[in-house]
Design a protein around this ligand. Structure first.
Ligand code: 2HG
Ligand code: ZN
Length: 463
Protein backbone atom coordinates (compact mmCIF):
# COMPACT_ATOMS: atom_id res chain seq x y z
CA UNK A 1 0.00 0.00 0.00
CA UNK A 2 1.65 3.22 -1.07
CA UNK A 3 -0.83 5.45 0.81
CA UNK A 4 0.52 5.69 4.40
CA UNK A 5 -3.01 5.78 5.84
CA UNK A 6 -3.88 2.52 4.13
CA UNK A 7 -0.56 1.03 5.14
CA UNK A 8 -1.43 1.85 8.75
CA UNK A 9 -4.86 0.25 8.36
CA UNK A 10 -3.28 -2.92 6.98
CA UNK A 11 -0.86 -2.95 9.91
CA UNK A 12 -3.77 -2.79 12.36
CA UNK A 13 -5.85 -5.37 10.48
CA UNK A 14 -3.46 -7.61 8.51
CA UNK A 15 -6.30 -9.87 7.32
CA UNK A 16 -8.57 -7.04 6.14
CA UNK A 17 -9.49 -7.20 2.46
CA UNK A 18 -8.63 -3.85 0.92
CA UNK A 19 -9.29 -3.15 -2.75
CA UNK A 20 -7.68 -0.33 -4.71
CA UNK A 21 -7.85 -1.40 -8.37
CA UNK A 22 -9.60 1.24 -10.50
CA UNK A 23 -12.43 -1.07 -11.63
CA UNK A 24 -13.19 -1.91 -8.00
CA UNK A 25 -13.10 1.73 -6.93
CA UNK A 26 -15.61 2.50 -9.63
CA UNK A 27 -17.84 -0.47 -8.82
CA UNK A 28 -18.02 0.19 -5.08
CA UNK A 29 -17.97 3.99 -5.34
CA UNK A 30 -21.39 4.36 -6.94
CA UNK A 31 -25.00 3.43 -6.32
CA UNK A 32 -27.94 3.35 -8.74
CA UNK A 33 -27.67 7.12 -9.21
CA UNK A 34 -25.23 7.68 -12.03
CA UNK A 35 -24.64 11.38 -11.57
CA UNK A 36 -21.31 11.34 -9.70
CA UNK A 37 -17.94 10.01 -10.76
CA UNK A 38 -16.75 7.50 -8.19
CA UNK A 39 -13.40 8.39 -6.60
CA UNK A 40 -12.92 6.52 -3.32
CA UNK A 41 -9.55 6.09 -1.62
CA UNK A 42 -10.05 2.33 -1.25
CA UNK A 43 -12.64 -0.32 -0.48
CA UNK A 44 -12.52 -2.16 2.86
CA UNK A 45 -14.42 -5.44 3.21
CA UNK A 46 -14.40 -6.27 6.92
CA UNK A 47 -15.62 -9.63 8.12
CA UNK A 48 -16.22 -8.94 11.82
CA UNK A 49 -17.71 -6.29 14.07
CA UNK A 50 -14.27 -5.79 15.60
CA UNK A 51 -12.86 -5.03 12.13
CA UNK A 52 -15.53 -2.36 11.63
CA UNK A 53 -14.73 -0.83 15.01
CA UNK A 54 -11.00 -0.76 14.22
CA UNK A 55 -11.65 0.86 10.83
CA UNK A 56 -13.82 3.59 12.38
CA UNK A 57 -11.17 4.33 15.02
CA UNK A 58 -8.49 4.43 12.31
CA UNK A 59 -10.68 6.83 10.27
CA UNK A 60 -10.98 9.17 13.27
CA UNK A 61 -7.22 9.22 13.76
CA UNK A 62 -6.45 9.85 10.10
CA UNK A 63 -9.49 12.04 9.38
CA UNK A 64 -10.61 9.77 6.58
CA UNK A 65 -14.30 9.84 5.65
CA UNK A 66 -16.13 6.50 5.53
CA UNK A 67 -19.01 5.65 3.19
CA UNK A 68 -20.91 2.67 4.63
CA UNK A 69 -21.97 0.46 1.77
CA UNK A 70 -24.59 -2.27 1.34
CA UNK A 71 -26.08 -3.38 -1.99
CA UNK A 72 -25.74 0.16 -3.45
CA UNK A 73 -29.20 0.04 -4.99
CA UNK A 74 -29.98 3.46 -3.48
CA UNK A 75 -31.49 6.16 -5.65
CA UNK A 76 -30.38 9.25 -3.69
CA UNK A 77 -26.59 8.98 -3.73
CA UNK A 78 -26.35 7.92 -0.07
CA UNK A 79 -23.67 5.33 -0.89
CA UNK A 80 -21.72 7.38 -3.44
CA UNK A 81 -18.00 7.84 -2.70
CA UNK A 82 -16.75 10.63 -4.96
CA UNK A 83 -14.29 12.42 -2.63
CA UNK A 84 -11.49 10.10 -1.56
CA UNK A 85 -13.54 8.30 1.10
CA UNK A 86 -12.97 4.78 2.32
CA UNK A 87 -15.91 2.65 1.22
CA UNK A 88 -16.74 0.25 4.06
CA UNK A 89 -18.62 -2.53 2.30
CA UNK A 90 -20.55 -4.90 4.55
CA UNK A 91 -21.02 -7.50 1.82
CA UNK A 92 -18.87 -10.12 3.56
CA UNK A 93 -20.83 -9.68 6.78
CA UNK A 94 -23.89 -11.50 5.46
CA UNK A 95 -24.47 -14.37 7.89
CA UNK A 96 -27.36 -15.43 10.10
CA UNK A 97 -26.35 -14.84 13.71
CA UNK A 98 -29.38 -16.28 15.48
CA UNK A 99 -32.98 -17.38 15.05
CA UNK A 100 -35.25 -17.39 18.08
CA UNK A 101 -38.53 -19.25 17.63
CA UNK A 102 -40.01 -18.03 20.92
CA UNK A 103 -39.22 -14.38 20.26
CA UNK A 104 -39.89 -14.86 16.55
CA UNK A 105 -36.78 -12.89 15.69
CA UNK A 106 -33.96 -13.38 13.23
CA UNK A 107 -30.60 -11.77 13.93
CA UNK A 108 -28.43 -11.23 10.87
CA UNK A 109 -25.29 -9.37 9.92
CA UNK A 110 -26.19 -6.18 8.09
CA UNK A 111 -24.67 -7.17 4.74
CA UNK A 112 -27.28 -9.88 4.20
CA UNK A 113 -29.30 -9.42 1.01
CA UNK A 114 -33.01 -8.75 1.64
CA UNK A 115 -34.14 -11.76 -0.39
CA UNK A 116 -31.91 -14.01 1.69
CA UNK A 117 -33.50 -12.59 4.84
CA UNK A 118 -36.95 -13.32 3.42
CA UNK A 119 -35.96 -16.88 2.42
CA UNK A 120 -34.38 -17.57 5.80
CA UNK A 121 -37.56 -16.43 7.55
CA UNK A 122 -39.61 -18.66 5.22
CA UNK A 123 -37.33 -21.58 6.07
CA UNK A 124 -38.44 -21.16 9.68
CA UNK A 125 -42.12 -21.03 8.68
CA UNK A 126 -42.26 -17.26 9.26
CA UNK A 127 -42.26 -14.07 7.21
CA UNK A 128 -40.16 -10.91 6.91
CA UNK A 129 -42.61 -8.59 5.18
CA UNK A 130 -40.65 -5.59 3.90
CA UNK A 131 -40.41 -6.13 0.15
CA UNK A 132 -39.57 -4.31 -3.06
CA UNK A 133 -38.11 -4.85 -6.51
CA UNK A 134 -34.44 -4.51 -5.46
CA UNK A 135 -34.83 -7.43 -3.01
CA UNK A 136 -32.26 -9.55 -4.85
CA UNK A 137 -29.43 -7.05 -4.44
CA UNK A 138 -30.19 -4.57 -1.64
CA UNK A 139 -28.88 -5.32 1.84
CA UNK A 140 -30.77 -5.22 5.11
CA UNK A 141 -28.25 -2.64 6.41
CA UNK A 142 -29.11 -0.34 3.52
CA UNK A 143 -32.83 -0.91 4.16
CA UNK A 144 -32.29 0.19 7.76
CA UNK A 145 -30.19 3.21 6.75
CA UNK A 146 -33.06 4.55 4.62
CA UNK A 147 -36.02 3.11 6.53
CA UNK A 148 -36.94 1.40 3.26
CA UNK A 149 -40.64 1.07 2.43
CA UNK A 150 -41.68 -0.70 -0.77
CA UNK A 151 -44.78 -2.43 -2.02
CA UNK A 152 -46.27 -3.89 1.19
CA UNK A 153 -46.22 -0.83 3.44
CA UNK A 154 -49.98 -0.55 3.17
CA UNK A 155 -50.20 -3.85 5.10
CA UNK A 156 -46.98 -4.05 7.10
CA UNK A 157 -45.44 -0.58 7.45
CA UNK A 158 -41.83 0.45 6.80
CA UNK A 159 -38.55 -1.20 7.87
CA UNK A 160 -38.74 0.76 11.15
CA UNK A 161 -41.63 -1.45 12.29
CA UNK A 162 -39.56 -4.63 11.96
CA UNK A 163 -36.38 -3.86 13.88
CA UNK A 164 -36.22 -5.32 17.37
CA UNK A 165 -32.56 -4.57 17.97
CA UNK A 166 -29.41 -3.19 16.35
CA UNK A 167 -25.71 -3.53 16.96
CA UNK A 168 -24.00 -0.38 15.82
CA UNK A 169 -20.53 1.15 15.70
CA UNK A 170 -20.91 4.90 16.19
CA UNK A 171 -18.83 7.51 14.40
CA UNK A 172 -16.48 7.69 17.38
CA UNK A 173 -16.05 3.90 17.37
CA UNK A 174 -18.30 2.93 20.31
CA UNK A 175 -20.10 -0.40 20.04
CA UNK A 176 -23.77 -0.06 21.02
CA UNK A 177 -26.31 -2.83 21.46
CA UNK A 178 -29.62 -1.09 20.99
CA UNK A 179 -32.85 -2.52 22.43
CA UNK A 180 -31.53 -6.13 22.38
CA UNK A 181 -34.76 -7.58 20.94
CA UNK A 182 -37.00 -6.35 23.74
CA UNK A 183 -40.70 -5.94 23.02
CA UNK A 184 -41.09 -3.54 25.91
CA UNK A 185 -38.33 -1.18 26.89
CA UNK A 186 -39.29 2.12 28.46
CA UNK A 187 -35.86 3.19 29.62
CA UNK A 188 -35.13 6.48 27.92
CA UNK A 189 -34.13 7.48 24.39
CA UNK A 190 -34.57 4.80 21.76
CA UNK A 191 -31.34 5.12 19.76
CA UNK A 192 -32.37 2.12 17.67
CA UNK A 193 -35.09 4.22 16.06
CA UNK A 194 -32.69 7.14 15.68
CA UNK A 195 -30.30 4.96 13.70
CA UNK A 196 -33.07 3.81 11.34
CA UNK A 197 -33.20 6.26 8.44
CA UNK A 198 -30.02 8.09 9.47
CA UNK A 199 -28.32 7.21 6.16
CA UNK A 200 -25.04 6.12 7.73
CA UNK A 201 -24.39 9.49 9.35
CA UNK A 202 -24.59 8.38 13.01
CA UNK A 203 -23.32 4.83 13.09
CA UNK A 204 -22.64 1.72 11.05
CA UNK A 205 -25.18 -1.05 11.62
CA UNK A 206 -23.32 -4.35 11.89
CA UNK A 207 -26.12 -6.62 13.11
CA UNK A 208 -29.91 -6.38 13.14
CA UNK A 209 -32.49 -8.37 15.06
CA UNK A 210 -35.56 -8.52 12.83
CA UNK A 211 -39.11 -9.22 13.93
CA UNK A 212 -40.83 -11.94 11.95
CA UNK A 213 -44.53 -12.57 11.53
CA UNK A 214 -46.94 -15.24 10.24
CA UNK A 215 -46.78 -15.95 6.52
CA UNK A 216 -49.40 -13.93 4.64
CA UNK A 217 -52.70 -15.68 3.85
CA UNK A 218 -53.36 -16.93 0.30
CA UNK A 219 -53.86 -13.95 -1.99
CA UNK A 220 -54.91 -12.93 -5.47
CA UNK A 221 -53.35 -10.38 -7.80
CA UNK A 222 -55.48 -8.16 -10.05
CA UNK A 223 -54.51 -5.70 -12.78
CA UNK A 224 -56.89 -2.81 -13.44
CA UNK A 225 -57.04 -0.25 -16.24
CA UNK A 226 -58.44 3.14 -15.24
CA UNK A 227 -59.67 6.18 -17.15
CA UNK A 228 -58.37 8.98 -14.91
CA UNK A 229 -56.78 9.99 -11.63
CA UNK A 230 -60.08 10.63 -9.82
CA UNK A 231 -61.11 7.06 -10.57
CA UNK A 232 -57.85 5.85 -9.04
CA UNK A 233 -58.69 7.34 -5.67
CA UNK A 234 -62.28 6.05 -5.86
CA UNK A 235 -61.10 2.51 -6.60
CA UNK A 236 -58.57 2.69 -3.81
CA UNK A 237 -61.23 3.76 -1.29
CA UNK A 238 -63.59 1.04 -2.53
CA UNK A 239 -61.02 -1.76 -2.45
CA UNK A 240 -59.67 -0.68 0.90
CA UNK A 241 -63.11 -0.73 2.47
CA UNK A 242 -64.13 -4.10 1.01
CA UNK A 243 -60.92 -6.15 0.76
CA UNK A 244 -57.93 -6.92 2.96
CA UNK A 245 -55.26 -5.27 0.80
CA UNK A 246 -51.65 -6.46 0.77
CA UNK A 247 -50.59 -4.00 -1.94
CA UNK A 248 -52.14 -1.31 -4.15
CA UNK A 249 -49.71 0.09 -6.70
CA UNK A 250 -50.37 2.34 -9.67
CA UNK A 251 -48.50 3.42 -12.80
CA UNK A 252 -49.19 5.51 -15.86
CA UNK A 253 -49.35 4.53 -19.54
CA UNK A 254 -45.80 5.91 -20.03
CA UNK A 255 -44.48 3.55 -17.37
CA UNK A 256 -46.33 0.64 -18.98
CA UNK A 257 -44.85 1.42 -22.41
CA UNK A 258 -41.33 1.23 -20.96
CA UNK A 259 -41.79 -2.10 -19.13
CA UNK A 260 -43.44 -3.62 -22.20
CA UNK A 261 -40.55 -2.43 -24.39
CA UNK A 262 -38.27 -4.04 -21.81
CA UNK A 263 -39.79 -7.49 -22.31
CA UNK A 264 -42.81 -7.63 -19.97
CA UNK A 265 -46.00 -9.24 -21.24
CA UNK A 266 -49.07 -7.09 -22.01
CA UNK A 267 -52.01 -8.28 -19.90
CA UNK A 268 -54.79 -5.88 -20.94
CA UNK A 269 -55.36 -4.93 -24.58
CA UNK A 270 -56.03 -1.28 -25.33
CA UNK A 271 -54.57 2.02 -24.18
CA UNK A 272 -55.50 3.41 -20.78
CA UNK A 273 -53.91 6.29 -18.91
CA UNK A 274 -53.59 4.53 -15.54
CA UNK A 275 -53.11 1.00 -14.26
CA UNK A 276 -53.19 -0.57 -10.82
CA UNK A 277 -51.67 -3.81 -9.59
CA UNK A 278 -53.35 -4.85 -6.39
CA UNK A 279 -52.95 -7.90 -4.17
CA UNK A 280 -55.45 -8.87 -1.49
CA UNK A 281 -56.24 -11.75 0.84
CA UNK A 282 -58.26 -14.47 -0.89
CA UNK A 283 -58.46 -17.20 1.69
CA UNK A 284 -61.81 -18.64 0.60
CA UNK A 285 -64.54 -18.29 -2.00
CA UNK A 286 -66.28 -15.59 0.02
CA UNK A 287 -63.22 -13.35 -0.20
CA UNK A 288 -62.74 -14.09 -3.89
CA UNK A 289 -66.39 -13.22 -4.54
CA UNK A 290 -65.98 -9.98 -2.59
CA UNK A 291 -63.08 -9.03 -4.86
CA UNK A 292 -65.10 -9.74 -7.99
CA UNK A 293 -68.05 -7.79 -6.61
CA UNK A 294 -65.78 -4.81 -5.85
CA UNK A 295 -64.37 -4.98 -9.37
CA UNK A 296 -67.84 -5.11 -10.91
CA UNK A 297 -69.00 -2.18 -8.82
CA UNK A 298 -65.99 -0.16 -10.00
CA UNK A 299 -66.78 -1.14 -13.60
CA UNK A 300 -70.41 -0.02 -13.27
CA UNK A 301 -69.33 3.31 -11.79
CA UNK A 302 -66.94 3.85 -14.70
CA UNK A 303 -63.95 3.96 -12.33
CA UNK A 304 -62.39 0.94 -14.01
CA UNK A 305 -62.26 0.32 -17.77
CA UNK A 306 -60.91 -3.23 -17.79
CA UNK A 307 -59.16 -5.74 -15.54
CA UNK A 308 -57.68 -9.20 -15.22
CA UNK A 309 -57.20 -11.46 -12.26
CA UNK A 310 -54.25 -13.84 -12.14
CA UNK A 311 -55.21 -17.49 -11.88
CA UNK A 312 -51.74 -18.94 -11.44
CA UNK A 313 -48.57 -17.98 -9.63
CA UNK A 314 -46.78 -17.32 -12.88
CA UNK A 315 -49.59 -15.04 -14.05
CA UNK A 316 -49.45 -13.19 -10.74
CA UNK A 317 -45.69 -12.75 -11.21
CA UNK A 318 -46.27 -11.48 -14.77
CA UNK A 319 -48.73 -8.86 -13.49
CA UNK A 320 -46.33 -7.80 -10.75
CA UNK A 321 -43.56 -7.47 -13.31
CA UNK A 322 -45.54 -4.69 -15.00
CA UNK A 323 -45.13 -2.63 -11.83
CA UNK A 324 -41.84 -3.91 -10.44
CA UNK A 325 -39.99 -3.72 -13.75
CA UNK A 326 -40.45 0.04 -14.16
CA UNK A 327 -37.23 1.24 -12.50
CA UNK A 328 -35.08 -1.22 -14.40
CA UNK A 329 -36.76 -0.44 -17.72
CA UNK A 330 -36.04 3.28 -17.26
CA UNK A 331 -32.49 2.87 -15.91
CA UNK A 332 -30.71 3.09 -19.30
CA UNK A 333 -32.24 6.58 -19.72
CA UNK A 334 -30.76 7.71 -16.36
CA UNK A 335 -33.95 9.47 -15.26
CA UNK A 336 -34.09 12.33 -12.79
CA UNK A 337 -36.09 11.01 -9.84
CA UNK A 338 -38.39 12.49 -7.25
CA UNK A 339 -39.82 10.35 -4.45
CA UNK A 340 -42.42 12.38 -2.60
CA UNK A 341 -45.18 11.77 -0.09
CA UNK A 342 -48.18 13.45 1.45
CA UNK A 343 -50.77 12.16 3.90
CA UNK A 344 -53.12 9.79 2.08
CA UNK A 345 -56.02 12.18 2.62
CA UNK A 346 -54.03 14.96 0.94
CA UNK A 347 -53.25 12.90 -2.19
CA UNK A 348 -56.12 14.14 -4.43
CA UNK A 349 -55.44 17.86 -3.81
CA UNK A 350 -51.68 17.41 -4.07
CA UNK A 351 -51.94 15.34 -7.24
CA UNK A 352 -53.99 17.94 -8.99
CA UNK A 353 -51.40 20.63 -8.31
CA UNK A 354 -48.51 18.31 -9.05
CA UNK A 355 -49.90 17.27 -12.42
CA UNK A 356 -50.43 20.90 -13.44
CA UNK A 357 -46.91 21.78 -12.28
CA UNK A 358 -45.25 18.93 -14.18
CA UNK A 359 -47.23 19.62 -17.36
CA UNK A 360 -46.29 23.30 -17.23
CA UNK A 361 -42.62 22.92 -16.27
CA UNK A 362 -41.67 19.92 -18.36
CA UNK A 363 -43.16 20.79 -21.75
CA UNK A 364 -40.66 18.60 -23.60
CA UNK A 365 -39.44 15.94 -21.20
CA UNK A 366 -41.28 12.66 -20.82
CA UNK A 367 -42.51 12.35 -17.23
CA UNK A 368 -43.18 8.85 -15.94
CA UNK A 369 -44.93 8.46 -12.64
CA UNK A 370 -46.04 5.60 -10.53
CA UNK A 371 -45.98 4.48 -6.94
CA UNK A 372 -47.55 3.52 -3.69
CA UNK A 373 -50.74 5.54 -3.78
CA UNK A 374 -52.08 3.82 -0.65
CA UNK A 375 -49.12 5.23 1.32
CA UNK A 376 -49.38 8.67 -0.27
CA UNK A 377 -46.02 8.02 -1.98
CA UNK A 378 -45.43 8.97 -5.63
CA UNK A 379 -42.37 8.36 -7.77
CA UNK A 380 -41.68 10.80 -10.59
CA UNK A 381 -39.07 9.86 -13.20
CA UNK A 382 -38.19 12.55 -15.72
CA UNK A 383 -36.47 11.47 -18.95
CA UNK A 384 -33.98 13.76 -20.64
CA UNK A 385 -35.23 14.92 -24.04
CA UNK A 386 -32.94 14.18 -26.98
CA UNK A 387 -30.73 17.14 -27.74
CA UNK A 388 -30.77 18.58 -24.21
CA UNK A 389 -27.35 18.41 -22.53
CA UNK A 390 -27.15 16.52 -19.22
CA UNK A 391 -26.17 19.63 -17.20
CA UNK A 392 -28.97 21.74 -18.63
CA UNK A 393 -31.41 18.89 -18.00
CA UNK A 394 -30.39 18.53 -14.34
CA UNK A 395 -30.61 22.31 -13.87
CA UNK A 396 -34.15 22.27 -15.29
CA UNK A 397 -35.14 19.36 -13.03
CA UNK A 398 -33.66 21.09 -9.98
CA UNK A 399 -35.75 24.14 -10.76
CA UNK A 400 -38.89 22.00 -10.95
CA UNK A 401 -37.92 20.15 -7.76
CA UNK A 402 -37.78 23.49 -5.94
CA UNK A 403 -41.32 24.24 -7.10
CA UNK A 404 -42.40 20.72 -6.18
CA UNK A 405 -40.85 21.14 -2.73
CA UNK A 406 -42.90 24.33 -2.21
CA UNK A 407 -46.05 22.50 -3.27
CA UNK A 408 -45.23 19.65 -0.91
CA UNK A 409 -44.63 22.09 1.91
CA UNK A 410 -48.08 23.57 1.41
CA UNK A 411 -49.59 20.08 1.58
CA UNK A 412 -47.48 19.03 4.59
CA UNK A 413 -45.56 16.41 2.59
CA UNK A 414 -42.03 15.08 2.35
CA UNK A 415 -39.37 15.48 -0.35
CA UNK A 416 -38.22 11.92 0.36
CA UNK A 417 -40.76 9.23 1.14
CA UNK A 418 -38.54 6.17 1.09
CA UNK A 419 -35.33 6.64 -0.91
CA UNK A 420 -33.55 8.93 1.55
CA UNK A 421 -32.00 12.39 1.16
CA UNK A 422 -28.40 11.37 0.33
CA UNK A 423 -26.72 13.79 -2.06
CA UNK A 424 -29.65 14.15 -4.41
CA UNK A 425 -32.13 15.88 -2.11
CA UNK A 426 -30.02 17.57 0.55
CA UNK A 427 -30.74 21.04 -0.89
CA UNK A 428 -34.44 20.42 -0.25
CA UNK A 429 -34.27 19.02 3.28
CA UNK A 430 -35.47 22.40 4.55
CA UNK A 431 -38.76 21.99 2.72
CA UNK A 432 -39.66 18.98 4.85
CA UNK A 433 -37.85 19.63 8.15
CA UNK A 434 -37.82 22.96 10.01
CA UNK A 435 -34.60 24.92 10.64
CA UNK A 436 -34.90 24.00 14.33
CA UNK A 437 -35.19 20.30 13.45
CA UNK A 438 -32.21 20.41 11.11
CA UNK A 439 -30.10 22.16 13.76
CA UNK A 440 -31.05 19.44 16.27
CA UNK A 441 -30.29 16.72 13.72
CA UNK A 442 -26.83 18.21 13.19
CA UNK A 443 -26.35 18.42 16.94
CA UNK A 444 -27.24 14.73 17.28
CA UNK A 445 -24.77 13.92 14.54
CA UNK A 446 -22.02 15.71 16.50
CA UNK A 447 -22.76 13.53 19.54
CA UNK A 448 -22.53 10.24 17.65
CA UNK A 449 -19.82 11.26 15.20
CA UNK A 450 -17.88 14.23 16.63
CA UNK A 451 -15.31 14.39 13.83
CA UNK A 452 -17.88 13.79 11.09
CA UNK A 453 -16.18 10.74 9.58
CA UNK A 454 -19.40 8.88 8.70
CA UNK A 455 -20.87 9.68 5.29
CA UNK A 456 -20.08 13.43 5.35
CA UNK A 457 -21.93 15.48 2.74
CA UNK A 458 -24.94 13.19 2.79
CA UNK A 459 -28.26 14.30 4.25
CA UNK A 460 -26.99 17.81 5.13
CA UNK A 461 -25.48 20.38 2.81
CA UNK A 462 -22.88 21.24 5.45
CA UNK A 463 -21.26 19.04 8.03
C1 2HG B 1 -40.25 1.57 -6.60
O1 2HG B 1 -41.25 1.85 -5.94
C2 2HG B 1 -38.92 2.06 -6.13
O2 2HG B 1 -40.31 0.86 -7.60
C3 2HG B 1 -38.14 2.82 -7.21
O3 2HG B 1 -39.04 2.84 -4.99
C4 2HG B 1 -38.79 4.07 -7.69
O4 2HG B 1 -37.37 4.19 -9.60
C5 2HG B 1 -38.06 4.80 -8.82
O5 2HG B 1 -38.23 6.04 -8.93
ZN1 ZN C 1 -41.05 2.89 -4.25
Amino acid sequence: MSDPRLADLSRRLPDLRLLTASGELEHYGRDWTRRWTPAPLAIALPSTTMDVQTIVRWANEHHVAIVPSGGRTGLSGGAVAANGELVLSLERMNQVVDFNAVDRTLTVQSGMILQHVQETARGHGLHYPVDFAARGSCSIGGNIATNAGGIRVIRYGNTREWIAGLTVITGSGELLELNRGLVKNSSGYDFRQLMIGSEGTLGIVVEATLKLTDPPPPSQVMLLALPDMEALMQVFALFQSRLALQAFEFFTDHALDHVLAHGAQRAIEGEYPYHVVTEFDAVDERMQDAALAAFEHALEQGWVSDGVIANSESQAAALWRLREGITESLAPRRPYKNDVSVRVSAVPAFLQEMQALLAREYPQAEVVWFGHIGDGNLHINVLRPDGLAEDAFIAQCEHVTRLLAETLQRHGGSISAEHGIGLVKRAYLGSTRSAAEIALMQGVRKVFDPLGVLNPGKLFEQG
